[in-house]
Design a protein around this ligand. Structure first.
Ligand SMILES: Cc1cc2nc3c(=O)[nH]c(=O)nc-3n(C[C@H](O)[C@H](O)[C@H](O)COP(=O)(O)OP(=O)(O)OC[C@H]3O[C@@H](n4cnc5c(N)ncnc54)[C@H](O)[C@@H]3O)c2cc1C
Length: 587
């Protein structure tokens, strides 16, 4: 059942599991555990239900869902010392489905080497690329694109399932720029090779984006995993309720047992508490998970004692190792203003109405796409001079260092969009960064905002790689394919001399932004790694030093994927659900 207030919880019902949060981590766990009708599962989600909210359903409205919007936690970072001391907005979804309810839907499994590195650092071959392959069958439901076009050459259907939970498809409606992106891969195949399907384990190259959408609508952890099973009598989903603390309920073999949660509708409403018979699964995401662990006495004792809070287990790595992908925009002008879809939507009410009606009546048209139909994944060449002085932070030769995204419009995180001019944005994303930051707390108040420091561009490698990405983007946009389509560098990017290190570095400091992929704040290690030794959870996602508590969300990834992370989190959650159901104690 869907409940909206703790007072609606059925009296005397005993729950086996409580899951905190409903993003790709919590959504999968809740759905899979409640497949057993004899297992009672309670889910607690801070945000409201997404059901019937049109802005959450229409793919191309994603840019309007953050920052500072209704379904966003509206976090900000501390001033970023390498970004001219700018404070960045740091959106996280606060709605059933979590950040998958407001994200840009790019669906990328990531490179084979990423998974093989997860296996090696966790000491469990079960996390390797080959071992996790069966999980894609549970996750993916490949559906035809909405416009019914022939997808030959845009995706390799043989490596996808059509019977999983989450709708995925390639572009639903064409953008004018699409053929030119592909033409550039034919014109400059050495630097920009075409890749038919970047979800094969070998993402390098440029190809068609796969997105978590189907039938013209967003597909999220809510629509794919929770809503379809809401009628299960053994599943209760309590929304609009914030978990304020995890509670120690006793001891088991000398270690603290955490089988309780405390929660409330708001900062001023009464607090409730509840114990479960088996486990608490914490899936509050890479920002709120470390916050909740610390609020519960599980974290760095130094931080906790400075706030006069009791430490139950000293876990110094909670909140550490925060890794995220910074992106930088390169802006180009357009010959034909109609090719700028984002500005057409914002400035031309007739166009906006027409496409909205098209979506409402037929689930067709540009609103069924995300903000781009192709993606590129590129590596700094092996013979580049950077490797004489810097180590490669990527997981291996199948992993990219940077990414291209092709947006039909003006991407404007640092300013309001202009009212004139038409634009094409080639976003460059640093996907194998070596910088790391942290999430911590400055207050014992569960409703106070956590302190977030992604610490972007803190290493020589990262500054070099984003510079390399901008230059590569400029070469891409200078290909003959774009003659007659682009007018050259435009907007605030017009005067950046991409040949000058100084210019590009200043542009990076002034303009880099998060692409919203924080991970690793409660990262996974081997069973042998003891408390205080670089990891927070064991290879089966159980929290070190306690019993009855697991973390299943972006926090546990040992390294940031060189990919958009949601697919990886769905996969981690599917496997942990299997481990829980198998009942084996691994560590
Ligand atoms: C704007 C944006 C765009 C993105 N675009 C993409 C993309 O295109 N492709 C991609 O792969 N990834 C994208 N991501 C990232 C991706 O969505 C996240 O990595 C993923 O959703 C993380 O899953 P999670 O389960 O760890 O946490 P989340 O999805 O963040 O879910 C955590 C849930 O826990 C709830 N919660 C938190 N604290 C509490 C509490 N105390 N009590 C109760 N509930 C709580 C939250 O409200 C939320 O629902 C994007 C993210 C954002 C914000």
């Amino acid at each position: 059942a869907l409940l909206t207030d703790p007072s609606q919880l059925p009296a005397n019902k005993v729950y086996d599991y409580v899951v905190v949060g409903t993003g790709p981590g919590g959504g999968v766990i809740a759905s899979r555990l409640s497949e057993d009708p004899n297992t009672n599962v309670l889910v607690i989600e801070a945000g409201p239900s997404d059901q019937g909210v049109t802005s959450l359903q229409i793919p191309l409205l994603a840019p309007q869902l953050q920052p500072n919007q209704a379904f966003d936690w509206n976090f900000t970072t501390v001033p970023q010392k390498n970004l001219d001391n700018r404070t960045l907005q740091y959106p996280r979804g606060r709605v059933l489905g979590g950040s998958s309810g407001i994200n840009f839907m790019v669906y990328t499994r990531g490179p084979q080497d990423d998974f093989d590195r997860y296996a090696s650092v966790s000491g469990d071959d079960g996390w390797s690329w080959n071992s996790t392959l069966p999980y894609w069958n549970k996750i993916e439901r490949l559906v035809p694109p909405r416009d019914g076009h022939n997808t030959n050459g845009e995706i390799a259907p043989a490596i996808h399932s059509t019977s999983g939970a989450l709708n995925i498809s390639v572009q639903n409606a064409p953008f004018a720029q699409d053929p030119l992106v592909i033409e550039t891969t034919q014109e400059l195949p050495t630097e920009f090779p075409f890749n038919e399907d970047m979800n094969s384990g070998y993402p390098l190259g440029i190809g068609w984006m796969q997105g978590t959408y189907g039938n013209g609508m967003r597909s999220s952890a809510s629509t794919a995993y929770i809503e379809p099973v809401l009628s299960r009598p053994n599943l209760d989903v309590l929304v609009e309720t914030t978990v304020t603390k995890l509670i120690q309920t006793g001891e088991a073999s000398g270690t603290p047992l955490f089988r309780g949660v405390q929660f409330a509708s708001s900062a001023t409403s009464p607090k409730y508490a509840l114990n479960v018979t088996r486990e608490v699964i914490l899936s509050a995401g890479a920002v709120n998970t470390p916050q909740l662990l610390m609020l519960s006495g599980l974290g760095p004792s130094k931080t906790l004692s400075s706030l006069n809070m009791k430490t139950i287990v000293d876990l110094p790595d909670v909140g550490q190792h925060l890794t995220d992908h910074p992106f930088l925009r390169t802006l180009f002008g357009l010959v034909n203003p109609d090719d700028d879809i984002l500005e057409s939507l914002a400035r031309n009410a007739t166009f906006a109405n027409d496409v909205l009606n098209e979506w409402a009546s037929e689930r067709q048209g540009v609103l069924t796409d995300s903000t781009g139909n192709q993606v590129g994944w590129l590596r700094i060449p092996d013979d580049d001079s950077i490797w004489k002085t810097e180590q490669d932070p990527s997981s291996g030769p199948t992993a990219p260092h940077f990414e291209f995204l092709f947006v039909p419009g003006f991407v404007s995180e640092t300013e309001t969009a202009p009212t004139t001019g038409s634009f094409f944005t080639l976003l460059t994303v640093l996907v194998s960064p070596s910088s790391g930051g942290s999430v911590t707390i400055a207050s014992a108040d569960p409703f106070a905002k956590p302190v977030i420091d992604p610490n972007f561009l803190d290493t020589t490698f990262d500054v070099y790689a984003i510079r390399a990405a901008v230059r590569s983007a400029a070469r891409f946009a200078a290909a003959g394919a774009w003659n007659g389509f682009l007018t050259g560098q435009a907007g605030p990017f017009a005067n950046v001399d991409v040949g000058s290190d100084e210019d590009v570095d200043a542009w990076a400091r002034a303009q880099s932004w998060t692409i919203w992929h924080p991970v690793a704040t409660a990262r996974m290690g081997t069973c042998a790694q003891t408390v205080g030794n670089g990891a927070v959870v064991n290879l089966d996602a159980t929290v070190k030093g306690v019993q009855g508590l697991r973390v299943v969300d972006a926090s546990i990834l040992p390294y940031i994927p060189a990919a958009h992370p949601q697919a990886v989190i769905y996969a981690f959650a599917e496997r942990v659900a299997d481990l829980i159901k198998s009942g084996q104690s691994i560590c």
